[in-house]
Design a binder for this molecule. Structure first.
Ligand SMILES: *Cc1c(COP(=O)(O)O)cnc(C)c1O
Length: 360
């Protein structure tokens, strides 16, 4: 029989949990942190126009897109790499610098794709504890060994939604050995940009990478565009492992236009944050846990895993699909992407009925 290499055979395929929708129910999908709103009209128009060029290969150097990112964020275009989602950048970067026997360190509730990338590299994935559903710099530093090649922190975090301040990241970088690459995954940073805590300058230290994406705040998940700011030596190696032309012409055009329409993105983020905080406050009033989120989703914390499962079943029976978080060591929680006002009202009403029945 043909056999894959053992570390590949041991991997699970990427798959969403199967969702059974009862007959006659219109599902509301709040399980993938997708934006409820359409992309900027300028992005849609740009993608439609770019489709006229689909007979040609796309720009493999992403020139217009890099220029837009660099203009908006005051960055050097030469420091940027674009991937088919930030996932492609993660999948290329980890195997470039970590292999068998090496360790990729993240946190207990850290983003699962770091684990997948470590598995692709046949490296060991190690998780430091979190404190109050929040990344702990001390716990990360304690977990570093001579084999640690990467420390990966999603900030804000997924699925917790919490964040650590820039000062904590600075201390982490200062106290990490210089030959460990710090990856700061900022997939949700646009929802925290109003705090004014940029981290791009850390890339200048030569061993820190900052990743962002168009999938969340820019409402372009289906276009598959992520970007990162890399030190030159790291960028050169990661570039070799990216699949040429992985980000197509329409995707590049949509992302470029979306980046140049900051006002649209900002207003979406503000509206989402408002709905999120209202939903979280409502959950707390019901006696549920709801850690302050800095993202487009809200973690809802139940008393125990059984209660979370019962609530999940009740939500699903009326078509509201949240994400159970057992795979992240959080079986007593459900993660709710922030959808439209109507979606959140419906979700909240089911939770209220659920909590009433639990108390009865
Ligand atoms: C959604 C998400 C990503 C982005 O994935 P894309 O490949 O850019 O769609 C990266 N990191 C985290 C923590 C995320 O939640």
């Amino acid at each position: 029989m043909i056999k894959a290499r053992p570390h590949i055979a041991a991997m699970a395929s990427y798959a969403l949990a199967r969702v059974d929708i009862p007959d006659g129910v219109t599902p509301i999908f709040l399980n993938q942190n997708e934006s409820a709103a359409q992309p900027s009209p300028r992005a849609i128009e740009a993608a439609a126009n770019a489709a006229n060029l689909a007979n040609l290969y796309c720009d493999c150097d992403w020139i217009e897109l890099c220029r837009a990112i660099a203009d908006v964020h005051d960055l050097d275009t030469n420091a940027l790499l674009i991937g088919a989602g930030s996932m492609e950048l993660i999948a290329a970067m980890i195997p470039a610098f970590a292999g068998p026997g090496d360790e990729v360190l993240s946190t207990l509730h850290g983003y699962a794709y770091f684990r997948t990338a470590a598995q692709i590299a046949d490296a060991n994935y190690v998780q430091a504890p979190e404190v109050d559903l929040t990344v702990s710099v001390d716990a990360l530093l304690s977990a570093v060994t001579p084999r640690t090649r990467f420390v990966c922190v999603a900030n804000p975090g997924n699925p917790t939604g919490t964040r650590i301040p820039r000062s904590a990241l600075l201390r982490l970088r200062d106290e990490l050995p210089d030959d460990i690459i710090l990856v700061i995954d900022e997939a949700y940073a646009e929802f925290a940009d109003h705090l004014g805590e940029r981290t791009f300058d850390l890339v200048g230290r030569g061993n820190t990478v900052v990743l962002r994406t168009f999938s969340k705040a820019y409402s372009l998940a289906g276009m598959r565009v992520g970007w990162g700011v890399f030190p030159p030596d790291i960028r050169r190696e990661v570039h070799k492992l990216l699949i040429p032309n992985s980000v197509g012409t329409t995707s590049q055009a949509a992302a470029t236009a979306a980046m140049r329409d900051q006002a649209y993105m900002r207003s979406l983020c503000e509206a989402t944050a408002e709905r999120r905080d209202r939903f979280a406050a409502g959950c707390r009033d019901l006696g549920l846990g709801a850690p302050q989120s800095f993202t487009n989703f809200q973690l809802v914390v139940f008393d125990d895993p059984e209660a979370a499962t019962r609530a999940d079943e009740q939500l699903r029976s009326v078509g509201v699909i949240l994400r159970p978080m057992g795979g992240y060591g959080l079986a007593h929680t459900l993660r709710a992407t922030i959808g439209s006002d109507d979606d959140m009202m419906k979700t909240f009403n089911v939770l209220r009925t659920f909590m009433d029945e639990e108390a009865a």
